[in-house]
Unconditional design. Structure first.
Length: 282
């Protein structure tokens, strides 16, 4: 089947705020060229031994700088090879007529998942319950109807202006209860503060998946000592080229060196991603 990297940041870097770009210490011209030329990124995936990549974009003007233009960017970028490049876009939790926007993102732009980033978008994922973000209910319902996953950032962020109190994965429990047909991916597994909570949610809810990007593979079993026992609910991802993630191939090789059974590794690297992000919808 081939490996899927379930969390890669092919984003419009030119929209990022300068202080956010500086966090990407290893940013270089090679990465910039990949952002503008998808064939170069596909060649990089080949060298890394990765078949598919989930291109995670989102909207967070106030903290990072990404606008809704990121959705058009990733739609066009992934069109270079929709079988290998899985376009993920974003939506503001306070957007007007959010259901219609989800329809457009899926139907017109061909996006195959949406990303919400509570610490960067400054909201609680269950904000539809207390009325602080009532449109979230429409967003979740629309994604449920389109049968596309919602990727939710869980855990902390080192970027300026991020509010990490919104990264607690327990805030996603209400969403899993209220929208049982919605596929929910807990990006970063709540690291480094809420890993046990993330594991609990993945074990409790059939529609919740634990994604382990942004964690050094050498420390993965320290963060998740019971990883082998929940392999059927785990997704591999790197968070490249995010802070501290210099190379996809090195990350993948380090993961493969972990003392995990071969069948568990195959689940995490190949089988589970095919369930959450199936082949092109076209």
């Amino acid at each position: 089947m081939g490996v899927t990297d379930c969390h890669v940041h092919i984003n419009p870097l030119w929209e990022m705020r300068p202080d956010a770009v500086r966090i990407l210490a290893h940013h270089d011209r090679r990465i910039e060229r990949m952002l503008r030329e998808p064939e170069r990124f596909l060649e990089y995936l080949d060298r890394c031994g990765v078949e598919r990549a989930v291109l995670v974009n989102y909207v967070a003007e106030e903290v990072i700088g990404y606008t809704e233009k990121a959705n058009d960017f990733v739609s066009e970028y992934a069109s270079a090879d929709p079988e290998r490049l899985i376009a993920v876009g974003g939506i503001r939790p306070d957007r007007r007529a959010p259901a219609a926007e989800v329809d457009r993102l899926v139907g017109t732009l061909g996006l195959r998942a949406l990303k919400l980033h509570p610490p960067h978008q400054l909201f609680r994922p269950n904000g539809y319950l207390d009325g602080s973000f009532p449109g979230l209910k429409e967003i979740y319902e629309a994604c449920e109807a389109h049968r596309i996953p919602i990727i939710v950032h869980t855990g902390t962020s080192v970027f300026p202006r991020a509010r990490n109190k919104f990264g607690d994965p327990l805030l996603v429990e209400d969403v899993a209860v209220d929208f049982p047909e919605l596929t929910i991916v807990l990006a970063h597994g709540g690291r480094p503060l809420w890993m046990e909570t993330a594991v609990f949610l993945a074990r409790r809810f059939p529609n919740v998946w634990l994604e382990v990007s942004g964690i050094p593979p050498a420390r993965l079993l320290e963060y998740f000592p019971r990883l082998a026992g929940i392999g059927e609910k785990v997704l591999f991802g790197t968070d490249w080229p995010g802070p501290g993630v210099k190379d996809i191939r090195a990350n993948l090789e380090a993961f493969r060196s972990l003392p995990l059974p071969a069948d568990v590794q195959q689940q995490i690297l190949e089988e589970n991603p095919r369930k959450v992000f199936p082949r092109s919808r076209n």
